[in-house]
Design a protein around this ligand. Sequence first.
Ligand code: CA
Length: 533
Amino acid sequence: MKTITHPFSLASLLALALLLAPRPGLSQDPPRFDRSVRSAGNLEPAIPRPKQDAQVAARLQALAKKTGRQPNIVWLIVDDMGYGDPGCYGGGAVAGAATPNMDRLAREGLKLTSCYAQQTCTPTRSTILTGRLPVRTGLTRPILAGDKITRNPWADEVSLPTLLGKAGYASLLVGKWHVGEAEGMRPQDIGFDEFYGYYPAQKEISQRVDQRRFPNLILDKNRFAAFEGMGMGHSLVHGWKDGKTEDVRSVESTEDMARADQALADFTVERIKQLAKGDKPFFLEHCFMKVHCDNFANPDLEGMSASKYPYKDAVAEVDLHIGSIVRALEEAGVLENTFVFVTSDNGPQMDAWPDAGYTPFRGAKGTTFEGGVRVPGIAYWKGMIAPGRQSDELFDLVDLFGTALTLAGVAPDQLAGDRYYDFVDQASFLFHDEGHSRREAVYFWWGRELMACRMHEYKLHVKVILPQVTHMYIDHATVQDVGLAPWFFNLYLDPKEEMTVGHRLDPWLASVGSKLKAHGATFRKYPPKDVGL
Ligand code: CA
C-alpha cells in the first residue's frame, strides 16, 4: 500500500506560518475560528448545531408519521456542467441556453453557492456512494478504456444503496455509472436493486462511431479491432441485483448517443410511477450522459437553445428532463415526501471547448481551483425546504451520503468503525428554514496529492495544477508545489483566486493550514487504499 507523504512534508512550511500568525485555535475563549468538533475518531468533525438538528428531526418525524414511511431520495447528477451554466447561477438565457426548470427548483428551494465536487467524474461518483474521499477508496481518477485495476475497490466498501436497502429502501441508478464495469463493480453488484444506463462517459462510447472526430480509429480496421478488444462497454445495459444483466441496445451512431438522455429520462419517469405505488421508499440516482463531451444534439430537440451549439442544446435538454422527472414525482403524488438534489459531478471540461460549460472561477475540470470543484447545488423539497433560500456556507457532495443516512434513519453507529468517513450530516442545514452548515472545511485532492483546504471564505493551496497551454487543464497541465508560503485566497475579495493574501495580509493562514494538516493526519491511522489507478 502506498503511503501519502506530501501532507506531512508541509510541516516546516506550516511551522513557519504558525510563527508568523496569531494562534486563535489555542485561545481558551469561544468563539473559535475552527468551530468543528470530532464526535468519533473515524468521523469528520462537524459544527455542533443541536437546536436546528432537534427541530429538523422533529419535522422529519412528523412527516414520516403523516406519510407512513421514510422520505424518497432523488439525486439528479449532470456530467461536467459548469457552475455558470444554469440561469440561477448567472448563466441560462444570457449564455444562450435557458434553464427554466433548474431555475424554478432553485427559486422554490435552496440554492447552494459553495457546493463542492471532486475535480473529475469517478472520484465524485464514488465519494457520494461511499461517504469517503477518493484517496481513501482508491478511486482517485476516472477509469478509462484499457485501465487495469489491481483490486476491486468496492469489495470492502459499504455503499449507500446497501445501507439504504437494509433500512427498507428500493434503489435504482439510471444513466452514467463510470465507477467500474467489471463484474463486482457494477451498480447492480454494489447494492443497487436495478441499473439502467451506460458504464462509461459519452466520449468513451461515441469515439467508436464518430468518424469525423476519430478517423484514425474508425478507418483503420486493425486499430479498430484492437480498440474493440479492450472491451469497453458501449451499450445501454439493464442489470438487477441478483446479477442478471442484459444489453438493451448498442450505440451504433452519434444519433444513438444523441438520444441516450431522452431514453434514460423516459425510463426514470416510468419507474417513478411504479416506485411511488410500491410499499418502499426509494433512492433514485439519475445520472445524465450529457453534458460531458462529446455532445450531439438530440434530433428531436436540435436547436432548442438560443445558441444552437451542441453543448448549449445539451444544457437545455438536461434541464427539460429535470423538469419531466420532477413533474413525474408530482403526478405520482410523492413530491412532498421526496428530497431532490440537482448538481454536477465536476466543473466544465475546458479542454473540450466549445463543447464545454462555463465557470466564473479560475481553473476547470481536472484542477482544484474553484473552477474545477465548485458546482451548482440545488436542494428542493416541496413543503420541507422553504422557497427562496440561498446559502454560501460550505457543502461537500460527500455530505449527500450522510444526509441520506439521516433521512433513512440509519444511525452513524451502524457504519463500519474500521475506516474513516469524510461526510458531514447536513440534514439540518438543508431542511431547517434558517439552517446553517455543519461543515467547517472542504479538502481538495488531486489523485493522491493533498492540494488545498477551504474554511470560511479562505482557501489555502499547498499544491496547484497549472495549465501550460491556455485552458488545457487536463491534457497539458502540471502539478506544482507552492513556494515558501501557501497560496492563500480570500474568496469573497477574490473569487478567481488570483491575489494571494499570504501571511502578510491575513491572520487566518495558519488556522486553515492546521486544518489541512489535521486532515492529512487522519491517514496515519486510516491508510489509503491502492487499487492500481
Ligand atoms: Ca464529469
